[in-house]
Design a protein around this ligand. Structure first.
Ligand SMILES: *Cc1c(COP(=O)(O)O)cnc(C)c1O
Length: 422
């Protein structure tokens, strides 16, 4: 049965393609029709009146999100990116402020800092969880550090206890990027509730979605006001609202529509179920893969939930003879779409290498300390990018037990032929 690799003309191990992850159903359809019938597709207005807070579906969605997460404020926005941008503005990052962030995340986690002319300072990731930690953050701390942005990458909660302890002792603000871990917990508390602001994405790849969308949560009244102001043309309403601190009060249009809010409302009802389902199937996948030599299944930190936005697999070169590229190519031929690594460590992008954001050197020219964007800045992130990490995009598929067996068989087969691939 394992006579030949598919890449060498054998039969692929996985014959049928995986079912696409899609939980948009009748509930969402009905909710959208209701909004269309109402004729009100957005209730927002940049004024001091009640329209400042958006229409009925936005209000309902924010209330539901608040109830679910048990927080004081939820502010809906039109993307996770908008949410991150608004969050950095809300906490008051100013030109030249350093903000510590992971290089191993979606690009907007870090560009949010640049938008306010802050300086992204990249802390390395842990080689087992791929999250930044109090220790790696500590190495990048300077007197200019204003905040930390912590992504819970691949869906695993970062170790928030030590990170928060580190931040509070130094008066640093903390923003959590929860885009990949909605309703994930660390020590039984939802991620997004440890820092000053938690940001979620509702784009079409996430556990739940409304096409494009995002939400910020906070218990801080001032930050909540500032988030809403940045969402909705702050500059025209600050006077009317008697806002005194107008730093970063240039507003944008980050407003979510009523249609998206209506969809998001229905999706939120499915969140717990969908997250549970993903965890269950990926837990089976771990079991199936754990005995295979040459690969290492995802490590789970004590106290951390893993929601498997992505299913990461580490290659163990002490037992594996072939290169990652050969391994991944052979897997793809077997019908398992695997990927070489995740993202390029962000500081290796031209934006940082050439220090070219807004022109005239801004904001990088404001940096008082030496900027470390050179190769070697975060060796673990670079190693994951170059050689050690293979990912399965768990969020794209609706795997069942048969699929899990197929994935196991495909990996087992490729590993068993590693000498031929070397
Ligand atoms: C998806 C994602 C975002 C951005 O969300 P959008 O809604 O696409 O703007 C930010 N951070 C992380 C870690 C993400 O995965």
């Amino acid at each position: 049965m394992m006579s030949k690799l598919a890449i060498h003309g054998g039969f692929p191990e996985i014959k049928k393609s995986f079912k696409r992850y899609n939980y948009i159903g009748d509930e969402e359809k009905k909710a959208v029709i209701n909004v269309l019938d109402s004729g009100c597709l957005s209730g927002f207005l940049a004024s001091g009146g009640p329209e400042f807070f958006g229409g009925p579906k936005i209000q309902e969605f924010e209330q539901n999100w608040k109830d679910y997460f048990g927080c004081k404020h939820a502010v809906a926005v039109n993307s996770g990116t908008s949410g991150l941008y608004a969050a950095v503005g809300a906490i008051g990052v100013e030109p030249g402020d350093e903000v510590i962030v992971s290089p191993f995340t979606m690009t907007a986690t870090a560009t949010s800092i640049l938008v306010y002319n802050g300086i992204p300072v990249f802390a390395d990731i842990d080689e087992r969880t791929f999250n930044i930690t109090a220790n790696t953050i500590k190495e990048k701390f300077t007197p200019r550090t204003k905040a930390i942005i912590v992504p819970h990458i691949f869906g695993q909660a970062a170790k928030m206890d030590t990170i928060i302890e580190f931040a509070r002792r130094r008066n640093l603000m903390v923003i959590e990027d929860c885009a990949q871990a909605p309703s994930g917990k660390f020590n039984n508390k939802f991620v997004g509730k440890f820092g000053d602001i938690g940001v979620f994405s509702l784009n079409c790849h996430k556990h739940i979605h409304c096409g494009e969308g995002g939400v910020c949560i906070t218990d801080n009244d001032v930050f909540a006001d500032r988030l809403r102001l940045i969402r909705n043309h702050a500059e025209v309403v600050v006077a009317e609202k008697g806002i005194d601190d107008i730093r970063n009060m240039i507003g944008f249009n980050y407003r979510m529509t009523e249609i998206e809010a209506a969809i998001a409302n229905e999706q939120l009802k499915k969140l717990a179920y969908l997250v549970e389902k993903r965890i269950e199937i990926c837990t089976h996948l771990r079991e199936e893969l754990k005995e295979i030599e040459g690969i290492i299944i995802p490590f789970i930190e004590e106290g951390s939930d893993h929601l498997y936005y992505i299913f990461p697999i580490l290659l163990d070169y002490s037992k594996l003879l072939c290169s990652r590229e050969a391994f991944v190519k052979a897997l793809c031929a077997e019908g398992l779409k695997a990927h070489n690594g995740y993202v390029t460590p962000l500081y290796l992008l031209p934006l940082y290498q050439r220090k070219m954001a807004f022109g005239r050197g801004y904001p990088f020219c404001l940096a008082e300390n030496k900027l470390y964007y050179a190769t070697g800045t975060c060796p673990v992130a670079e190693r994951m990018h170059k050689s050690d990490l293979v990912i399965l995009q768990a969020h794209q598929f609706d795997w069942d037990m048969e699929d899990v067996k197929g994935i196991r068989n495909a990996i087992e087969k490729v590993v068993s032929f590693q000498k031929e691939l070397a």
